[in-house]
Design a protein around this ligand. Structure first.
Ligand code: ADP
Ligand code: MG
Length: 581
């Protein structure tokens, strides 16, 4: 007698199901994929109790004949591939032919389906026999109902999380699927309440906005295409960053894919425009010839393997960098228009105004851009602000407040205080991030300030946090003596800075994250230690400010959000003086 036995089909299914069906959201994913593969244009998902009690997906796709519907329950039964060659050239979402068999092995599953020509039927398996019954009065399409997941496998059911956490995972799957299929309408109903109702959209962008209204005006378009790869989609402005990676959507050949390496490439494309802990928002689609990637590396198909991963990484990185460079340099240029009218005739003012308003929210790369892009691919340079920076810098200070200079055919007018504030802010920020504290300087004479009781209480609770910024103090019942300050603040207006910090870090921001606390403290220090408006400076000082500013991560606005640079293109000057129409 042999020891090795072939497993019965039912057991094979259960083992495979362990890989495919991890939790309710995996069922939703498989059923959605099937509906999309069936050419559906309308898909409705109904969920009860986070999918633990009920998952139902109905579509208006092709439907199945009775024989097909019965076969659909069988392991490795698929209509999508036939030969090994097909495996290297997969264009459908499904191909393994194991989803329905696996789902059916872990939960009571019923398929009601009808093709255009055929009659409606209802198929389910009872005591391991597949049974089909007529089902009258249904439209073309398919409805799959999955009841009480893992009911037959208590060990697995125990691993399910709470209803709300399972539902959150379903929403994730639903959103990813909806984003990459804008041409399909999607509805999601949970516990009889509608969560999403997304009408058919005309573009990827429109679908993104349907799902996340907050990005309506904030996304930057990304586009690169050559015969071997296409990268397109939208990324956030650096200022739209988040602390988490929840708004990072990557699609490869129309599949939602997790790929930390590519996510990293996108983040790297932002360079110093993002701090280490800041995460970009992105919706990126990559399209590759099917022989350039292997989708059959993961039973749930949410990972892929690239034939040339390094190349994909590099192209994505460059595409992001390019999009941001275009945006950030045009951002300086567009800061101009509003305050212009004194010298412009009425009509000109109007045209200026129109131009500002018409400035496209998204920018599409032109042919020229992609030639330039290829060139920059061949000669990698890594500094984002490099183009802005030249050695021969001519500067002029006017009104003791503004610095005028020329960069890249733009005339820049720079607010000296805002610029200096930004420079100091980034310098202090970096120092703090590197060393986790700022150097402190003891005061010869402690600075005494009378304070309100509530302020004293607040300062008591902030003592250690403020100490890391170099502030040391002792508190009495209604006054404070400041004993030491960040060394950069020594000799400056300590009292005002301290009071401003105290005001800025109101209770609300304290409750918030460390980062906003950090920003507020550092921007107050930066504000009071930077050169003011109305102060004459030497040419050398002015040059230094311009140079340092152009090296900043965010040279366009000061830490309080006021603009720093107003720029005019040569073209605009020519129009202004009617050299050009
Ligand atoms: P796969 O999708 O990998 O082929 P599945 O087990 O998910 O495997 O589905 C098996 C087969 O059932 C599919 O190949 C398809 O022919 C059919 N099928 C499943 N769901 C649908 C649906 N919603 N509409 C039409 N046909 C479907
Ligand atoms: Mg499938």
């Amino acid at each position: 007698m042999t020891k090795i036995k072939l497993l019965p089909p039912d057991l094979i299914n259960k083992i495979a199901a362990g890989e495919v069906v991890e939790r309710p959201s995996s069922v939703v994913k498989e059923l959605l994929e099937n509906s999309i593969d069936a050419g559906a244009t309308e898909i409705k998902v109904t969920i009860e109790k986070g999918g633990i009690n009920l998952i139902e997906v109905s579509d208006n796709g092709s439907g199945m004949s009775e024989d097909d519907a019965k076969l659909a329950f069988v392991q490795h039964a698929t209509s999508k591939i036939l030969t090994e060659k097909d495996l290297a050239n997969i264009t459908s979402l499904g191909f393994r032919g194991e989803a329905l068999a696996s789902i059916n092995s872990v939960a009571r599953t019923n398929i009601i389906t009808k093709t255009k020509e055929g009659e409606g039927i209802s198929v389910s398996s009872e005591n391991d026999r597949i049974i089909a019954k007529p089902s009258a009065g249904i439209n073309t399409g398919t409805k799959v109902t999955v009841l009480n997941i893992f009911e037959k496998i208590p060990a697995r059911r125990k691993f399910l999380k709470s209803e709300s956490s399972e539902y959150r995972k379903i929403i994730e799957v639903f959103i990813k699927t909806a984003l990459i299929n804008p041409g399909i309408s999607f509805q999601l109903i949970h516990n009889k309440k509608e969560s999403y109702n997304l009408a058919k959209a005309s573009s990827f962008h429109e679908r993104i906005i349907q799902v996340f209204k907050e990005y309506e005006s904030d996304l930057i378009e990304l586009f690169f295409s050559d015969p071997s790869i296409k990268v397109e989609g939208y990324i956030s402005h650096p200022s739209g960053n988040r602390k988490d990676k929840k708004r990072q959507f990557l699609f490869i050949n129309n599949r939602p894919i997790n790929n930390p390496l590519i996510a990293q490439a996108i983040k790297s494309g932002y360079g110093t425009n993002l701090m280490t802990q800041e995460q970009p928002v992105f919706f990126v689609k990559i399209t590759l010839p099917t022989d350039q990637l292997d989708v059959n590396v993961h039973p749930r198909k949410d990972e892929v393997r690239f034939t040339n991963e390094q190349l994909v990484f590099k192209i994505v990185f460059k595409a992001v960098r390019k999009a941001l460079e275009t945006l950030l340099s045009s951002e300086i240029t567009t800061k101009i228009s509003p305050a212009f009218p004194q010298v412009a005739g009425k009509e000109n003012y109007k045209s200026l105004e129109n131009r500002t308003n018409n400035f496209p929210k998204e920018r599409k790369a032109s042919v020229g851009d992609s030639i330039e892009f290829t060139r920059s691919l061949l000669a990698p340079k890594d500094n984002v602000n490099e183009d802005l920076y030249t050695d021969e810098l001519e500067v002029l200070q006017v009104f003791d407040t503004y610095i005028i200079t020329e960069q890249n055919h733009n005339l820049l007018i720079i607010d000296q205080h805002a610029a200096a504030e930004r420079i100091t802010f980034e310098k202090i920020y970096k120092k703090f991030m590197d060393e986790k504290k700022l150097p402190s300087q003891k005061l010869l004479l402690p600075e005494e300030i009378n304070l309100h009781e509530s302020e004293i209480a607040r300062l008591k609770s902030l003592k250690t946090r403020l100490e890391s910024f170099g502030f040391e103090y002792s508190l009495k019942s209604n006054s404070i003596s400041i004993l030491a300050v960040p060394d950069i603040l020594n000799g400056k207006d300590i009292k005002r800075t301290f009071m401003e910090i105290l005001e800025e870090i109101d209770d609300k921001s304290l409750a918030k994250e460390e980062i906003s606390f950090l920003n507020k403290v550092i921007s107050s220090i930066a504000c009071h230690t930077s050169i003011r408006a109305g102060v004459g400076i030497t040419t050398l000082q002015a040059k230094k400010i311009v140079e340092d500013l152009l090296k900043c991560n965010q040279p366009y606005s000061c830490p309080h959000g006021r603009p720093i640079i107003w720029s005019l293109t040569n073209n605009e000057l020519e129009k202004q003086f009617k050299r050009k129409l």
